[in-house]
Write a protein that binds this ligand. Structure first.
Ligand code: ADP
Length: 396
């Protein structure tokens, strides 16, 4: 059978990220983003392989317009042989524990989960519905960010809140970034020559959103994000954990509304809020070198909180076969890796400085000091994992 092609789509409220994945090649034949959808500046950017880049302005174009412009590009890059479409869906609630073929019943169930992810699921659905109309004769599969974490035990996913909030309203910890944690833990097992079904990992996905995960025998046992992707680590613009009384404190003392507090916690906090400068780790590292106090503090808090979360996640592991760094920061910042590992000295963790410096820009590998527990840099590839999940489902 010739290698198959899957189009992977990730729809936000005003953007569509896409990648054409060929099962036999690590490089995407076509990838890109449509952004500012619904505005006069709507634009589609794409790249063929690692080469030619192109753009098309689609004034006031919506998801459907962008996807219809994309259609001939995808068909061309796939040589007319497209086998299915994999859609990233942020929240699958407790209903979805694995990738699922999309049909009207599944669409209704994703819609019913929307109150748990009001910013994400409706946008995901908008894209799915547009794609299902345009690519009507292809199978469509939903791959959920939450599904991997459905193996968490109850003592890890329950909040200490009245039982009825869980039973009647689904208030519990769900976790996100599941596709990435799953992909990198499998790759880590391969790199270490261990079986994924018989190994234990701590994983740190550090992008604009950040989360840690404890993975035992290929299953998530705990993770730092919760009901929403705001819980846990310091992120680009998100605060991560704060005192749960902060909402009422700010309301009482400053008169802030729920919307103002939500906005502050999700968009104006994290690295951006602490540094007063940027949510981008590259900019912060440069500013730190020039003695910027806010950038220095933001990096210190980021690494300390990350180490604290990893130490907490270790409670879910029977043994530690390795610590994995991934995501834009995890794959590219020797500084963050070394500062984080320095806080974990009680675990015996220690890095080889040269190996740590070498693992950037897509280069993965082991970076621990001789004799110390394994620490791996593993470039993530969520698009590929979504495509593989889609293909696995089509094979059944
Ligand atoms: P997303 O979560 O949006 O997919 P990424 O995984 O691309 O984000 O991660 C974005 C983060 O990675 C940004 O904070 C960016 O500064 C950081 N990053 C990318 N390259 C480097 C680098 N060379 N050094 C430090 N941080 C980097």
């Amino acid at each position: 059978m010739p290698a198959r092609n899957i189009l992977v789509i990730n729809c936000g409220s005003s953007s569509i990220k896409f990648a054409l994945v060929n099962e036999a090649h690590s490089q995407f034949p076509l990838s890109g983003i449509a952004e500012r959808l619904g505005s006069p500046d709507a634009v589609l950017h794409w790249q063929r392989g690692s080469g030619e880049r192109d753009s098309l302005i689609i004034p006031n174009g919506d998801h459907r317009t962008a996807l219809s412009q994309l259609l001939p590009l995808v068909q061309g890059a796939a040589g007319g042989k497209l086998h299915g479409i994999g859609h990233r869906v942020v929240h699958g609630g407790e209903l979805f524990t694995a990738a699922t073929r999309l049909d009207p019943k599944v669409l209704a169930a994703i819609n019913a989960t929307a109150p748990l992810a009001p910013l994400h699921n409706p946008a995901n659905l908008q894209g799915i519905e547009a794609a299902m109309k345009l690519f009507a004769n292809l199978p469509h599969v939903a791959v959920f960010d939450t599904a991997f974490h459905q193996t968490m035990p109850e003592h890890a996913y329950r909040y200490a809140l009245p039982d009825s909030l869980y039973r009647e309203h689904g208030v519990r910890r769900y976790g996100f970034h599941g596709t990435s944690h799953r992909f990198v833990s499998r790759r880590a097992a391969e790199m270490a020559g261990l079986s994924v079904g018989d190994s234990s990992w701590l994983s740190a996905h550090l992008g604009n959103g950040c989360s840690t995960c404890a993975i035992v025998n290929g299953q998530s046992r705990d993770t730092s994000m919760g009901l929403t992707p705001l819980e846990g680590l310091v992120m680009g613009t998100r605060s991560g954990d704060v005192d749960p009384n902060l909402h009422s404190h700010l309301h009482r003392t400053l008169g802030w509304s729920l919307e103002e507090i939500d906005r502050m916690l999700n968009r104006d906090s994290g690295l951006k809020g602490l540094s007063g400068l940027s949510n981008d780790m590259r900019s912060l590292e440069k500013a730190r070198e020039q003695g910027h106090a806010g950038a220095t503090l933001a990096i210190e808090v980021f690494c300390y909180r990350l180490a604290k979360s990893l130490a907490a996640m270790s409670c879910a592991l029977p043994q530690l076969d390795g610590l994995i760094f991934t995501g834009g920061i995890g794959e590219n910042s020797p500084l963050v890796r070394s500062k984080t590992v320095a806080h974990l000295r009680l675990f015996g963790l220690s890095l080889d400085n040269e190996a740590n410096a070498r693992c950037v820009r897509g280069v993965g590998g082991a970076i621990q000091a001789y004799g110390a527990p394994r620490v791996l840099v593993v470039p993530t590839n969520e698009e590929r994992q979504i495509a593989l999940d889609t293909l696995a489902l089509l094979d059944h």
